[in-house]
Design a protein around this ligand. Structure first.
Ligand code: UD1
Ligand code: UDP
Length: 380
């Protein structure tokens, strides 16, 4: 069996790290194709170092551009690599443009696509990620769902059968592996002079929150008011999507301390010490829940409703300061089950076992896997 991974952004590196590490450990032949959608060291190479992963064999240099151009560059780069390497299966994770490009290129080359974190739906087609994940699910041959909810959602779209697997989220693999280590060894509390439970943690990078400068300004004003009401500072590792205009808006916010993006261990430590996490990040919604931290989701909807069901997270669709403060107070009072709905840290094991079973004995690059495993219940 020869696997190819296509990734390009920070969360994909984090959420594919357990699978990549297992391939290295167990000698599973694989090829790593990096689109370089993210390329700053703080968004990219730092995570390979933290996870002690070999660098990508192919770097495509797609970089930043409008979505169509970015996707085009990625496809141009991926296609010849797949022709050369002839993997049995291309693995992509999540819902980024890089994942979509990996899936599309493989599909056009007649190579099986395995979608890790399949079946998530926000039901909000204004999100670029929602369109990407729907397209990916409909061109995949293996679906690795975090929980049975996603398998049900796939079934509603006609995707079901023995290649839909509920395996947990590979994000859990990373959190459960590194969480304890992070809290003991991260120097971030000292570096930022933080006391546990005495600060709020914020991340904000979704287009819905950042593309409209006036909306972003109102949101940051509300966060600043919440921090004032709680008498706590806000630590905000800033995503590079935010530009000078955003930074100018943030300058006037007394309680918001902006910092460069942090490494994964520092982020896990920051989350574990935060009185409250405020975020529009997909991965951080899951991580806050796994780490048992209350989380205000700065969005009107989520493709990860599991954390809402624990009582430990709430959606805040409003930029109104009073509404945000009330939501924070309600969340602080809420009874939380703190069950971890995102997996037991072994998602990578289940995924590799499935792929081993499917491709055992297959001739590399012949585009075939065990017959009878792909079942679509009805025409798409
Ligand atoms: C992308 C994903 C999003 C994911 C996020 C993770 C898509 C459609 N979006 O959004 O789902 O949540 O990554 O962080 O794939 N930039 C840099 N340096 C970098 C990377 C980006 O300066 O290393 C800046 C550039 O100005 C770029 C902007 O960030 O134009 C946006 O980057 P892009 O990768 O297009 O989208 P993200 O917002 O990062
Ligand atoms: N993260 C990090 N440093 C940061 C911000 C986030 O290591 O400064 C991690 C975070 O813990 C999570 C992942 O990056 O594992 C989430 O990435 P992001 O929010 O960019 O993308 P999303 O999950 O929204 O797609």
């Amino acid at each position: 069996m020869h696997l190819a991974f296509v990734l390009g952004t920070r969360p994909e590196i984090i959420k594919l790290s357990s699978l990549l590490a297992a391939c290295v450990r167990e000698g599973v032949p694989y090829t790593l194709i990096h689109t370089n959608q993210h390329y700053d060291a703080a968004m990219d190479s730092r995570f390979f170092e933290e996870f002690e992963l070999p660098a990508a064999e192919f770097n495509l240099g797609a970089g930043s551009a409008s979505a169509g151009i970015q996707l085009g560059r990625m496809l141009l780069g991926i296609q010849p690599v797949l022709e050369r390497v002839k993997p049995d299966c291309v693995i992509v994770q999540g819902d980024t443009n890089s994942a979509l490009a990996g899936g599309l290129a493989a599909s056009k080359a007649g190579i099986a696509v395995a979608h890790v974190e399949a079946g998530l739906r926000s039901f909000d087609k204004r999100m670029p990620e929602e369109n990407n994940r729907i397209l990916l699910d409909h061109l995949s041959q293996f679906w690795f769902c975090p929980s049975s909810l996603q398998a049900e959602l796939l079934a509603r779209e006609g995707i079901q059968g023995t290649n839909v697997h509920v395996v947990g989220n590979t994000g859990s693999d990373a959190v459960l592996h590194y969480g304890g280590h992070a809290q003991q060894h991260s120097g971030i509390y000292t570096a930022l002079s933080l006391k546990p439970d005495k600060y709020l943690l914020l991340t904000c990078h979704r287009p819905s929150n950042t593309d409209d400068p006036s909306y972003f300004a109102q949101l940051m004003h509300a966060v600043d008011c919440l921090a004032e009401a709680l008498d706590q500072d806000v630590i905000f590792p800033v995503h590079p999507r935010l530009d000078q205009r955003h930074m100018d808006t943030l300058k006037s916010k007394r309680r918001i301390r902006t910092i460069e993006p942090v490494g994964y261990l520092d982020m896990l430590a920051l989350m574990q010490g935060a009185a409250l996490v405020l975020t529009d990040s997909g991965g951080m919604q899951e991580e806050a829940c796994i780490l048992r931290r209350r989380c205000l989701i700065l969005r009107a909807n989520t493709e990860r409703p599991e954390s809402l069901e624990t009582g430990g997270a709430a959606l805040v669709p409003s930029v109104d300061a009073v509404a945000l403060i009330e939501a924070a107070r309600a969340l602080t009072r809420a009874t939380v089950t703190w069950s971890n709905p995102f997996g037991d840290g072994q998602a990578y094991r289940r995924i590799l076992d499935v792929l081993h079973g499917a491709f055992e004995g297959s001739m590399p690059g012949n585009g075939s896997w065990r017959s009878g495993q792909v079942e679509l219940s009805q025409p798409l």
